[in-house]
Design a protein around this ligand. Structure first.
Ligand code: TA6
Length: 310
């Protein structure tokens, strides 16, 4: 089983505008849609599209639980959330302009998890997760979820002996590196937090970090990614696509990558599939839609080159 853990889920409110948002004028919303948000939920959505059994875990607020569950059932995402009474799962506003590509994402911070739910989450992990499972922890933790809380969480997951994948940033990313995990996917900015040797190149740094992280991917947006695994570093060049919204593209990559590992595919195939899926996602306006058919075609346009150090 693959469990995704989203400590701070969201409901994305997609706000479509005609032109790019500008100050001192009415930026009229021409339509608005809802989508699930929070990185672990998107990973779950991708796994479900690949028909890979998974369950989304995390903590949701009671107030808008029905709305979130409705979106999840449309996307066939199975879940076993803990519910915090009297709270509301945060909204993440995503502005998409018809005039230009890209999106503007503005997530609310979410509610603080109660001590009782922190304990219940650890208990749920101890009861559910076994050595054969994979756990994907993705997205920003909510307010007041301290680094010490996060360390307890990571140690609890690690104690099960499962495959642990993380998509984190800042001090949580640094902690994941320190404790050692099986998969990490910082982007080109987030990786700056964990460089071992600042004067060395990115790929030299990745080689060093990958001694402790089985699969280390650094995503470069439309330019593709680097991946370090078993002493080798690969440069992955993504196919050019017409971008509608980049929101959720990284999560789509992670979901497809984890799907590939769980199916024991060779690494070049995993990288091609994940890159094809995220390129397809970018062509769609919402936060989670991608097409398996488009991804199959785009996958064939992905180039992978092994990087040799000078
Ligand atoms: O990566 C896209 C996304 O999952 C959005 O759907 C949005 O809700 C946001 O990221 C949440 O990111 P955060 O880092 O705050 O967990």
């Amino acid at each position: 089983m693959i469990y995704t853990l989203t400590l701070n889920p969201a409901i994305d409110q997609l706000l479509f505008v005609k032109r790019d948002v500008k100050k001192r004028q009415a930026n009229r919303i021409i339509r608005s849609e809802w989508d699930c948000g929070g990185k672990g939920l998107h990973v779950s959505g991708v796994l479900s599209q690949f028909s890979i059994k998974n369950e989304a875990l995390g903590i949701v607020g009671s107030q808008n639980r029905a709305q979130l569950y409705g979106i999840l059932s449309e996307k066939q995402i199975a879940h076993d959330f803990l519910v915090q009474q009297g709270e509301r799962t945060r909204t993440s506003f995503v502005i998409i302009s018809e005039e230009s590509s890209g999106s503007i994402m503005m997530p609310e911070s979410g509610f603080a998890i109660s001590d009782a739910n922190k304990i219940a989450l650890l208990e749920q992990i101890r009861q559910k997760v076994t050595q054969e499972d994979m756990v994907v922890i993705a997205g920003s933790p909510p307010p007041e979820f301290t680094l010490a809380d996060f360390e307890t969480l990571l140690q609890t997951v690690k104690a099960t002996g499962c495959f642990l994948a993380c998509d984190l940033s800042g001090e949580y990313l640094r902690l994941a590196v320190k404790l050692g995990v099986d998969f990490l996917k910082p982007n080109e900015h987030e990786i700056q937090e964990i460089l071992v040797e600042e004067s060395a190149t990115l790929t030299e740094n990745m080689r060093e970090l990958a001694k402790n992280i089985r699969y280390l991917v650094v995503s470069l947006g439309q330019h593709g990614s680097y991946c370090a695994h078993e002493g080798k570093v690969y440069r992955v060049i993504a196919p050019p696509v017409t971008e509608k919204s980049d929101t959720g593209a990284g999560d789509c990559f992670v979901g497809a990558f984890i799907a590939g590992i769980s199916e024991h595919l060779p690494l070049p195939e995993i990288l091609k599939r994940a890159t094809g899926c995220s390129a397809s996602k970018v062509m769609h306006a919402d936060s989670s839609t991608f097409s398996l058919v488009e991804a199959e075609i785009l996958k064939e346009q992905v180039t992978i080159i092994e990087v040799e150090e000078m």
